[in-house]
Write a protein that binds this ligand. Sequence first.
Ligand code: TXA
Ligand code: MG
Length: 345
Amino acid sequence: MYKLNENNLDLEKIKEAAHMIKQGGTVVLPTETVYGLGADGLNSEAVKKIFVAKGRPQDNPLIIHVCNKDIGKYAKNIPQVANKLIEKFWPGPLTLLFEKEDIIPNDTTAGLDTVGIRMPRNNAALKLIELAGRPIAAPSANLSGKPSPTELKRCVEDLDGRVDIILGGNESEIGLESTIVDCTGERLCILRPGAITLDMLKEFDDEVYIDPGILKKTTVDFKPKAPGMKYRHYAPKAKMKIISGEEKKTIEKIREIVQNYIDANLKVGIMTCDEHIKEYDVECKISLGSNKNLEEISKNLFETLRSFDELDVDIIISEAFEEKGIGLALMNRLKKAAGYEIEFV
Ligand code: TXA
Ligand code: MG
């Protein structure tokens, strides 16, 4: 495994990794959202290795990563609005869904006739794609079901020995996976919220909407359009519960619940913010950052879920955060991690 400094790239290491991609191997790579587990997106045999390494369900399609805005070879019927989004937000945390060209194998898209494409905002990733000379298919670099990795050590924990090369970088800048926008319909549709927010997209399509399938727990007859959004995902080992409501009531409720668990001899962890951490008198409490800075909270979420696993807590109680801006993506991941266990006070 090798750690890259994004501002001072070790070209030799990236060349080696690019060679591995061309040979049909697998490479963990840093991106600005979360780490990815990449392989040649045009090579069926290579992408199959991603599914094996992650233990990923076969029906969950991969997105491809490109190093420039020229995507005509991979997608067709690209609407004008999508070109505007590409101009504005690429490179960046935005995956766009189009009808796929035949060059994209069915193994990459899990049999779907659409393909998700994104240009990451990370110099090492861009250089790797450029030197490989082909798009890199990459899901998040975690074992299926675990929180996405935002630090190199988590990729190593999950995938060392299961992939050919781990190219590490710094801590992921955003910490939540990209926003996915379906561009194949009359209106833009958000299939997964992320750092490119609903309000930012409204400037390009005032009728953009959020796939109703991702706002609540999925039922048999109401499935999200992004297959991956249906799995219990981002999940820590411990059971998890979210308390949502006015500040004082939330703190009181959390104290009360925590006492009940302690009385029952269970080890409890509290996930809170800088403003509230002093309010709780337990050993395992972690602040995600200031609740006035939802970007910071988002960036720390997945890593904090993994830290609680290391502390071996039986249950994690989390405060809720405001669902505005990136807060929508943050709460989407938090609710999924908690299996939609949320109590309103
Ligand atoms: O930020 C990201 O998007 C990261 C980094 C590595 O780029 N990648 C990532 O990939 O999060 P993954 O595979 O963990 O999540 C991609 C999601 C899955 O929920 C998948 O079901 C959905 O995108 N998806 C991919 N292709 C799709 C398609 N053609 N139609 C609908 N959903 C699709
Ligand atoms: Mg993932």
